[in-house]
Design a protein around this ligand. Structure first.
Ligand SMILES: C[S@@+](CC[C@H](N)C(=O)[O-])C[C@H]1O[C@@H](n2cnc3c(N)ncnc32)[C@H](O)[C@@H]1O
Length: 352
């Protein structure tokens, strides 16, 4: 009896083949690449993103059903993703340091397989919403943000209804801004946060020393305050996630387990004296925190997690993560008042 088969240049046991759906005929990634005119790497990414129905992976090799149709590839030739309302869920909020622009760099660097998706500095959650992973844990130390996500998950109808009352008017903006969110009911607090985010200057979440939101009115002509379709889509993704409020260290110690994928997008190490990536919450993120974070990454790697981290292209980041793969990525954030080129560069660290 034949004990092994050769598939895609690798040997696999008969038992594995039997585990594949009975009677289904499979092709290799190379064959799919020739058939569809897409690169092998691109097809691997599409398989990992579950965009090829029925594709399965065993012994490190992808097998694609012979009957699979060519997947719709949402990238244009420059490597940027085409915005696609039907297929991708996008963040509800604009968020400083949001990763939407960096997704074309992040997605191809994701691990091919993982168990749960854990993002403990979730902010606007660009990658979380884009992936829509079935088993996700998201967290942030900002309680107002976490309240908003929980309420959108549980009761998006009420949030939408409440948001429809708001208008892009300066007087109203300052009246709403003056309210203390902790004294509003949960739905009102969530709607207030979305309203202020859509109408304030640059969507900046900035608190004063007393912890009060103090970003000024944005003076936009016609901002979308209530994007019902977007909120409903986000609500569905959030319903599949565990949503936690807390410090990233507590969250990771409690939840991260072997084979989980941990995406870390902390407040960046500031590059110039003008950079201000610290003021998200009353608590700030200092150099000491960057060191603690790197130690936590080492612990996660030891217990078998796959970790991806983004940060600025700063010598401290290279020093802390020198033993992993560090790739420098050009970004559009290039306001270099002091002419420092690194201001337009991020790094992506991967440990796998
Ligand atoms: C750069 S933002 C994340 C942006 C996000 N990836 C996106 O696409 O919008 C960093 C986030 O970390 C949160 N944060 C800061 N210090 C934290 C801490 N000690 N524990 C957990 N979250 C923290 C902030 O509230 C902020 O939302």
């Amino acid at each position: 009896m034949v004990e092994i088969l050769i598939f895609g240049g690798q040997t696999i046991t008969i038992k594995k083949v039997i585990e594949m759906e009975a009677g289904m005929d499979y092709i290799t990634i190379k064959e799919a690449s020739d058939r569809w005119g897409l690169s092998v790497r691109r097809i691997q990414t599409l398989c990992s993103e579950e965009q090829i129905a029925g594709a399965i992976r065993f012994s490190g090799v992808w097998a694609i059903p012979n009957i699979a149709k060519k997947p719709v590839d949402h990238r244009v030739k420059t490597g940027k993703y085409i915005k696609s309302k039907e297929n991708y869920v996008t963040p509800i909020l604009k968020w400083a340091g949001g990763k939407t622009q960096l997704l074309p760099e992040i997605l191809p660097r994701m691990p091919e397989t993982y168990n749960r998706y854990i993002e403990p500095f979730v902010g606007g959650g660009a990658l979380f919403f884009r992936l829509n992973s079935p088993k996700s844990i998201i967290a942030d130390s900002n309680p107002e943000l976490i309240n908003m996500y929980r309420v959108v998950a549980e009761d998006c109808d009420k949030v939408i209804e409440s948001l429809e009352k708001y208008k892009n008017e300066e007087d109203l903006f300052y009246k709403v801004r003056a309210k203390d969110w902790t004294e509003c009911d949960e739905v009102e607090a969530a709607a207030r946060m979305i309203y202020l985010n859509r109408t304030c200057f640059n969507g900046l979440y900035r608190l004063n020393r007393k912890g009060q939101f103090n970003t000024p009115f944005g003076r936009y002509k016609n901002p979308t305050i209530c994007n019902e379709e977007k909120i409903r889509a986000a609500s569905e993704v959030l319903q599949n996630a565990e949503i936690v409020c807390g410090d990233y260290l507590d969250v990771l110690k409690k939840y991260a387990k072997k084979n989980d994928f941990v995406f870390l997008d902390p407040p960046y190490v500031p590059i110039s004296e003008y950079a201000d990536f610290k003021r998200y919450t009353k608590e700030q993120f200092y150099e000491e925190d960057q060191v603690n974070l790197a130690n936590e990454v080492h612990r996660l790697v030891k217990i078998g997690c796959k970790v991806m981290l983004t940060n600025s292209n700063h010598p401290l980041v290279h020093e802390l993560y020198g033993k992993y793969k560090i790739e420098v990525i050009q970004t559009k954030r290039n306001i270099n008042r002091n002419g420092d080129k690194r201001n337009g560069e991020d790094v992506i660290v991967t440990t796998y």
